[in-house]
Design a protein around this ligand. Structure first.
Ligand SMILES: *[C@@H]1O[C@H](CO)[C@@H](O)[C@H](O)[C@H]1NC(C)=O
Ligand SMILES: *[C@@H]1O[C@H](CO)[C@@H](O)[C@H](O)[C@H]1NC(C)=O
Length: 991
């Protein structure tokens, strides 16, 4: 059908085609039968239909549903994602981000010879790239990135003579790069990054002289970089980072004069930086960090006047930084940390007002700090720690209005802390520790309302702590240790209610510990050791629910502490040595199991701990062991709101355990005791719950979750609890009862303000359930889906939720041993209380219920939140939670599940086209300036968490720390920020 005369002919044919073609599909009559009477083109079209329909049928059901427009006999007739030439041949397949799941190799490319463009990025295509892809001689554009393709790149790829764009990044391709790739003489862009490629770069790549963009990063490539790459003079972007390349940086890179970005970081490159790099005058972004580079930085780099980013950190470079490094006035980021650089700061830096982030920490750089730095209106972050700067701290730092982090620890800075520093009101972290600072702490620091971390330890500071520091309501950590500070600990410290760590040790503080310390309900660590504190330990100190470590040693504290810490279950490490304490030790493990060194030197402590004299009379503890054969346990801990210690611990046997599970049942067989009780009757509580929910009547149902239905139960005492009744299939399979029992005990002891408290668990033949703290608000999913609720759910509250969830996950991943993985983070599992604080529910229960063991496959988290790797690996680790957290954060900002956006993000091209403001939940007015920074930062972190490769996702600890301290100023107005500007340009942990 090549000319207009064919038109009537095809019209004539149409009815019969419509009649015949479906038939051919149904009975799969060999198409060749039509050869006799149909035009060759018809046969070709028929083959195209068969190829596409066959492929569709090979995909999973959901994918077939997504392609439901693929019906009938004419793919050119509005089939989704199919494009045709004028002559009616399929020449384009664009199925970007459809969520298709299946094998690419089931698509018979031999039948689609007219294809010129294939874009299937961001689907779940797996297994290998079919060899017959080599038949697509007309192909100019091939994008298979962001799938789960494995196997090798077939050498047949070399036949794609017309290919201009080849994207294969973010798959699981292994093997080495075939040398045939050198035959793709039309290639403009080649990206194979983030796969499992091995071997070295074939030198045939040097033949691809049209290449403007070559990206092989994030593989396991090795060997030296071939000299032939010096031929690729059209290259703008060369990304070879994150591989195992050895050898030195080749000087022929000096020939690539069009290079704008040269990224070689995170390899094993040795030798020195070639002076030829000075010829790359167009370079905007040069990253050589984290290699094994040695020697001096060549002076020729002074020519790189277009540089905006220069990253050299983590090498063994010596000598000085090039003095003209900011001569072009464009430099925004300079990172040369952790080398052996010496000499002075580049002169051009003094007036480099574009600077945004600077890291020079961990070198031997010297200079009079009051002379070498200027005023930087854009500076966000500067770390000069571990160098040899001397002189007085200049007051000009106060004029860096956007500075959020100033770190100059471990230098030789002397003199006073300039009061003008209080003008840098964006400061989130101020670290001047380990210097020679003297004088008083200026009270103007109380103006740093954003301050989160304040480290002034190891100096010669004297005088009192200014009460103004009580204004720092966001402060999370304060370290004033090892100074000459004196006077009482000001009661205003109790106003820093977000404090996690307080270290005032090794000073001259007197008086008693202020009662206001009891306000610090977030406090995890307190060190008041080596002071001159007197008086008794305030009862309030025992009421800090998150306190883990406490050091009061080497003071003059007196009295008894027996009853003060009875409920401090979070305490894990204490040191109260060398005080005047007396009486019995508190009845918690932290004291009972403390080493003698932590208790010694007191006036009269007694107890069972080694080295102490026993208290009299000895009180016998309840012996748990005699119930060694019990099968199942229900533990109820005090319900919130009851002030009396109501710990009800009871177990009961379930004698009526179903007999049909007799084999697995063996170890559970009881000795006949129906119910054994400690202080309360488990059976009664069980019956109370059954009664309160009217035998789990739907009237009391408040939700349905992954593995059970949730009911609200008001117990006779008026306490309200949430009861999660497990689906029948989940209540069995308890192989190891003792282990199970231990786990449940551990879970009930978790006390974190962002984790729903688990009070207990019951296994029973009729109903098995978990008993939780009841939260009034409802799930996050509910708040976001209900328009009225969503409008009241402002940005600040949403950001707070992100932080809360991050804290909880960080605590469970890094604060617990072994780490606890949630596995099913979703907006359904995050509950809100009346003040919109987040509480994650169901923590740890996935593992306890052994959903992971035999039937893990049936429990792959909630659809849309599960990490992509779960599709192809059974290995579950913390990074799955990190991914789900990313989805959840996006959901909070967007007001709805991000859906396909998540997977399309890994393509920079898609990301460029998405403006951040388009994503924001339209039910709220756009965030104001400061909140906008936070919102942007949350998105940025979320994107990092959504990295398809789990290895590149940050840990939750990093995330929660970043949320705590980073609020970088926006470089652009919110309206013009596009997503690509927030994507993996740098990982959140590297500056
Ligand atoms: C590349 O640079 C080297 C010197 O570094 C030179 O010998 C060679 O001829 C250059 N190649 C091209 C293609 O310009
Ligand atoms: C540092 O520079 C300032 C200002 O030029 C000067 O007053 C001071 O004496 C210098 N300090 C040292 C230790 O050289």
């Amino acid at each position: 059908m090549k000319n207009a005369n064919d038109k009537p002919l095809s019209d004539l044919f149409l009815p019969s085609l419509i009649f015949f073609l479906p038939l051919t599909i149904l009975v799969l009559v060999p198409i060749s039968q039509f050869d006799a009477f149909a035009e060759a083109a018809v046969v070709g079209e028929g083959k195209e239909v068969v190829a596409l329909q066959t492929w569709k049928a090979s995909l999973d059901n959901r994918s077939q549903y997504l392609l439901s427009s693929w019906i009938g006999s004419n793919p050119c007739n509005n089939w989704d994602g199919i494009g045709c030439s004028k002559s009616g041949r399929v020449n384009q397949i664009d199925l970007t981000s459809y969520g298709l799941r299946g094998k690419l190799e089931d698509l018979n490319f031999s039948s689609l010879p007219y294809l010129s463009c294939i874009d299937m990025h961001n689907n779940s295509l797996h297994e290998t790239i079919p060899l017959n892809i080599g038949r697509l001689s007309r192909l100019t554009y091939l994008d298979l990135s962001d799938n789960c393709l494995s196997g090798v790149i077939p050498s047949e790829i070399g036949s794609l003579k017309n290919l201009q764009f080849f994207y294969m990044m973010d798959n699981l391709i292994n093997g080495s790069i075939p040398q045939e790739i050198g035959m793709l003489s039309s290639l403009n862009e080649l990206s194979l990054s983030n796969n499992n490629l091995i071997g070295s770069i074939p030198q045939e790549v040097g033949r691809l002289i049209s290449l403007t963009n070559l990206s092989l990063s994030g593989n396991s490539l090795m060997g030296s970089i071939p000299a032939s790459l010096g031929n690729l003079v059209n290259l703008n972007f060369l990304h070879l980072h994150e591989n195992n390349f050895t050898g030195s940086i080749p000087s022929f890179f000096g020939n690539l004069t069009n290079l704008k970005m040269l990224w070689l970081q995170e390899n094993l490159l040795a030798g020195s930086i070639p002076s030829a790099l000075g010829k790359l005058k167009s370079l905007v972004d040069l990253r050589l960090n984290t290699n094994r580079l040695i020697g001096l930085i060549p002076l020729e780099l002074n020519n790189l006047t277009h540089l905006r980013r220069f990253h050299l950190g983590g090498n063994k470079l010596t000598g000085q930084l090039p003095h003209n490094i900011c001569l072009g006035g464009l430099l925004t980021r300079l990172a040369a940390q952790n080398n052996n650089l010496s000499g002075s700061i580049p002169k051009s830096l003094k007036n480099c007002t574009t600077l945004y982030r600077v890291r020079l920490d961990g070198n031997q750089i010297s200079g009079n700090i009051s002379e070498v730095f200027g005023i930087y209106p854009n500076l966000d972050y500067i770390d000069l720690s571990y160098n040899k700067f001397y002189g007085k701290l200049p007051k000009t730092w106060g004029q860096c209005q956007n500075l959020t982090c100033l770190k100059i620890s471990d230098n030789n800075i002397s003199g006073r802390i300039p009061p003008e520093l209080g003008e840098a009101t964006q400061l989130g972290e101020l670290d001047l520790s380990s210097n020679l600072l003297d004088g008083e702490i200026p009270k103007t620091l109380g103006k740093l309302g954003s301050l989160i971390i304040l480290n002034l330890n190891d100096n010669k500071l004297s005088g009192n702590i200014p009460p103004e520091l009580g204004n720092l309501h966001d402060l999370a950590s304060i370290n004033l240790a090892a100074n000459n500070l004196s006077g009482p600990i000001p009661e205003e410290v109790g106003e820093c209610v977000k404090l996690l760590a307080l270290n005032l040790s090794k000073n001259l503080f007197g008086g008693s510990i202020p009662l206001e310390i009891g306000n610090l309900q977030s406090l995890e660590s307190i060190d008041l050791s080596q002071n001159m504190l007197i008086g008794e330990v305030p009862r309030q100190l025992g009421q800090l629910r998150r306190l883990e470590t406490m050091n009061l040693s080497l003071n003059e504290i007196s009295g008894s502490i027996e009853s003060i810490f009875d409920q401090s279950l979070s305490l894990s490490s204490v040191d109260i040595s060398y005080n005047q304490l007396e009486g019995p030790l508190p009845c918690i493990a932290a004291f009972q199991e403390a080493p003698f060194e932590a208790l010694r030197g007191n006036k009269g402590l007694c107890g069972n701990a080694t080295g102490l004299r026993p208290c009299s009379p000895v009180k016998s503890k309840k012996d748990n062991d005699r119930r060694g054969k019990r099968i199942l346990i229900l533990i109820l801990l005090p319900v919130v709101g009851t002030s009396v210690f109501l710990s009800i611990v009871f177990g009961f046997f379930c004698a009526f355990w179903p007999k049909k599970r007799s084999i697995a049942n063996e170890p559970r067989r009881s000795n006949g005791n129906l119910f054994s009780t400690l202080s309360f009757d488990g059976k009664i509580v069980y019956e109370n719950i059954v009664e309160a929910t009217e035998d789990f009547s739907s009237r009391h149902c408040i939700g349905v979750g992954g593995c059970g239905t949730v009911y609200k139960a008001e117990l006779p005492g008026g306490q309200v609890v949430a009861v999660k009744k497990l689906h029948a299939s989940h209540d069995g399979e308890m192989q190891n009862l003792q282990g199970f029992n231990n786990e449940i005990c551990a879970l009930t002891e978790i006390r974190h303000r962002n984790i729903v408290k688990l009070y207990g668990f019951c296994l029973h033949t009729r109903h098995s359930f978990l008993v939780y703290e009841f939260l009034e608000g409802g799930s996050l999913g509910y708040f976001l889906s209900n328009d009225e609720q969503a409008m009241r759910f402002e940005w600040s509250k949403r950001i707070n939720i992100v932080k809360g969830v991050a804290n909880a996950l960080s605590y469970m991943h890094h604060g617990c041993s072994p780490p606890m993985i949630h596995r099913d983070i979703s907006s359904k599992n995050v509950l809100l209380d009346s003040v919109y604080e987040a509480h994650i529910s169901d923590f740890g229960t996935a593992r306890v219920l052994q959903l992971d063991s035999s039937n893990w496959t049936s429990f792959a988290g909630t659809f849309g939140y599960a990490a992509p790797e779960l599709a192809y690996t059974m290995e579950v680790n913390e990074k799955c939670d990190v991914y789900s957290f990313g989805v959840l954060s996006m959901e909070l900002i967007m007001g709805k599940h991000p859906g396909e956006l998540v997977s399309s993000l890994s393509s920079l091209i898609t990301a460029q086209s998405i403006l951040l403001k388009e994503l924001l939940d339209k039910r709220l007015s756009p965030p104001s300036l400061q909140l906008a920074e936070e919102v942007v930062y949350v998105i940025k972190l979320a994107l990092a968490c959504l990295h398809p490769n789990p290895l590149f996702r940050p840990t939750m600890q990093q995330v929660s720390l970043q949320l705590l301290k980073q609020k970088p100023a926006l470089q652009n107005p919110l309206d013009i920020v596009s997503l690509d500007q927030l994507l993996n340009i740098e990982s959140p942990t590297s500056y």
